[in-house]
Design a protein around this ligand. Structure first.
Ligand SMILES: NC(=O)c1ccc[n+]([C@@H]2O[C@H](COP(=O)([O-])OP(=O)(O)OC[C@H]3O[C@@H](n4cnc5c(N)ncnc54)[C@H](OP(=O)(O)O)[C@@H]3O)[C@@H](O)[C@H]2O)c1
Length: 266
């Protein structure tokens, strides 16, 4: 079976690619910059832009299932092209779509809910890989972050990829939403302490005010819509669920697994 993976050059999509390849499926990867995509040689790279649905027409040929982002552009704005994408997928004969949400059910999810395509929604919590955003501050020994005491069961990108692959390969998940999390909820303060343990040096946590955090998100190029989603999301606890265990038959990967793999030798 051939699957189209959008976001294949990003944190989560790259893991969807790996999980599909591991089970022997053909993978086509969508990217806006085919020449820059560093993907395994067996992956077919297809140029296309989710904000321009017609640009996906060739990439959809012969595709059974699609891993679909619900945001696009370097500011991660919610895609306004959901209805066109849903119509194009139906016309191309795509049977299944795994929709990776952006913290809030939005217009792409709504468009697919009304389309003649089997859709499943993957409500992933924060990716463990977001830790990379702290790296420059970790080098300086002090990390500034907002809502430091709110527990979130951050999820390993490999688990997001594995769940997306399961849903796309197996079918039987039409209309279902899965809250994909890691094994345990950890506050930002606790995550930083875990990094300090792995690195063998203490790291200071400095609580940012919400306004400072909003300024920082703006400076990083995020639009106001996404900043609202961030503020609502990060101020709310997100406990662990059994979704990874239920769907994959194994425990979710832990934050420590992620840290040890990523920080080994640093
Ligand atoms: N980060 C989190 O904690 C988190 C949690 C839950 C859900 N999510 C959702 O997951 C999505 C992916 O996150 P990530 O961290 O894996 O992404 P990422 O590493 O920031 O990479 C972004 C990906 O999106 C692709 N992309 C962006 N605009 C595009 C467009 N207009 N058309 C086609 N492809 C486009 C990029 O492909 P090219 O540059 O190769 O074109 C790249 O593969 C986020 O946008 C968010 O909606 C994220």
């Amino acid at each position: 079976m051939t699957f189209l993976v959008t976001g294949a050059t990003g944190q989560a999509g790259r893991r969807v690619v790996d999980a599909l390849l591991a089970e022997g499926h053909r993978v086509r990867a969508l990217t806006r910059r085919p020449g820059a995509a560093a993907l395994p040689p067996q992956v077919e790279v297809a140029g296309g832009d989710l904000t321009d649905p017609e640009s996906l027409r060739d990439a959809l040929r012969g595709v059974v299932g699609v891993h679909l982002l619900t945001t696009g552009g370097d500011d991660h704005a919610t895609l306004a092209t959901g209805p066109e994408l849903a119509a194009l997928f139906a016309e191309a004969g795509v049977r299944r779509v795994a929709l990776l949400w952006n913290g809030r059910v939005g217009p792409v999810e709504e468009a697919f809910a009304a389309a003649p395509v089997e859709w499943s929604r993957l409500e992933a919590t924060d990716f463990m890989g977001n830790t990379f955003q702290w790296l420059p501050q970790i080098e300086r020994g002090r990390v500034e972050e907002v809502f430091g005491d709110v527990p979130v069961a951050v999820v390993h990108e490999a688990d997001v990829g594995a769940v997306a692959a399961r849903v796309l390969i197996d079918g039987g998940h039409a209309g279902r939403s899965y809250t994909i999390t890691g094994p345990v909820a950890l506050t930002a303060r606790e995550r930083l302490a875990a990094i300090g343990e792995v690195l063998g040096r203490p790291l200071e946590f400095a609580e940012l005010g919400e306004e400072q955090a909003r300024e920082r998100w703006r400076a990083a190029g995020h639009g106001e819509e996404l900043i609202e989603i961030f503020a609502a999301w990060h101020s709310t606890p997100h406990p662990a669920t059994s979704a990874v265990r239920d769907l994959l038959g194994r425990e979710p990967k832990s934050y420590r697994d992620w840290l040890v793999t990523t920080f080994a030798g640093r």
